[in-house]
Design a protein around this ligand. Structure first.
Ligand SMILES: NC(=O)c1ccc[n+]([C@@H]2O[C@H](COP(=O)([O-])OP(=O)(O)OC[C@H]3O[C@@H](n4cnc5c(N)ncnc54)[C@H](OP(=O)(O)O)[C@@H]3O)[C@@H](O)[C@H]2O)c1
Length: 265
């Protein structure tokens, strides 16, 4: 699974922005980013249509992640939802298919649907999103031991997962996908982050992304529409943070000292 990808939340909500959104994803693919994260929820399917346009003619160079709504996660409903996503994405396979967050449908029903979809070759792997430690435990008890990924809110301002969840996922080879890795831009206004970025000759966004990517088990999926942001974020892949930098981040955004609830956006 690629370690760096592009998000698509809020894409497909405005006709006026559509061309720019497709172009942003295409430029990302041109620059070697393969993973695109989407969901049936984003633009109520419209974001998947934008992804289809962006990957047209180069499906093999992309790794597509999509998500099923919790209320569509029943045995038959999840299969039908996946078929609808495949149609909108104009592809025969979703590389990674996630349960968007935990809802009321029993997990074993969703797992049955995922197993069926995998067996049928409609999805490559399956995973979850916004699952905290207790949810991961329940997932295992329900038989979900081959979960490939847990997509969670993770950035220097949102470190709850560090107390236990990251370690647990690493031990079970569940890749963590860090969503909103720059806190939808809000963290970039932090003065302490700006000071560290200046010292490193980097941008604040690069610091956040390099910080998340330091752990071998984490993949980050910032959303980008502007070319400037895209090129800036790619610079994070070459940025190395040392002990002193990490201490500065810990001082500004302390890690959890005990169990903390996983936030979700
Ligand atoms: N599973 C879930 O429940 C869940 C929840 C939230 C998000 N997600 C996924 O994660 C993806 C990313 O999260 P997100 O969209 O919430 O937030 P994000 O990636 O943290 O932030 C996106 C915002 O930051 C701006 N930006 C990007 N790079 C920048 C840079 N280098 N300098 C300054 N600004 C920059 C973007 O602007 P431009 O667009 O103008 O470039 C956009 O406004 C989503 O798109 C979605 O695919 C999943």
């Amino acid at each position: 699974m690629p370690r760096f990808g592009l998000g698509t939340w809020r894409m497909g909500e405005s006709k006026a922005k559509r061309a720019a959104e497709v172009a942003g994803l295409q430029l990302g693919l041109d620059l070697g980013i393969r993973l695109i994260d989407t969901a049936e929820m984003y633009g109520e399917g419209e974001a998947e249509g934008i992804v289809a346009e962006a990957i047209a003619g180069r499906r093999d160079a992309s790794f597509i992640v999509s998500k099923v709504y919790p209320h569509n996660a029943g045995r038959a409903q999840a299969v039908a939802a996946c078929e609808r996503s495949l149609k909108r994405l104009k592809t025969e396979r979703i590389d990674l298919y996630l349960l968007h967050w935990r809802g009321n449908v029993p997990l074993d029903e969703t797992l049955e649907a995922f197993a069926f979809l995998k067996e049928a070759g409609k999805i490559g792997d399956w995973g979850v999103s916004n699952f905290d430690v207790a949810d991961m435990r329940d997932l295992e008890r329900a038989g979900g031991t081959d979960c490939a990924s847990n997509q969670i809110l993770y950035n220097p301002m949102r470190r709850a997962a560090e107390y236990e969840l990251l370690r647990r996922c690493a031990e079970r080879k569940v890749t963590v996908m860090a969503y909103s890795p720059i806190e939808q831009g809000r963290i970039l206004r932090d003065r302490r982050l700006a000071t560290l970025a200046e010292k490193k000759g980097a941008s604040p966004a690069q610091i956040c992304l390099a910080w998340a990517l330091m752990r071998p088990n984490i993949c980050a999926i910032p959303k980008i529409t502007s070319e400037e942001h895209l090129r800036d974020n790619l610079g994070a892949l070459d940025l190395v943070l040392d002990k002193e930098d990490l201490a500065a981040i810990d001082a500004a955004f302390p890690p959890p000292r005990g169990p903390a609830r996983l936030d979700m956006l």
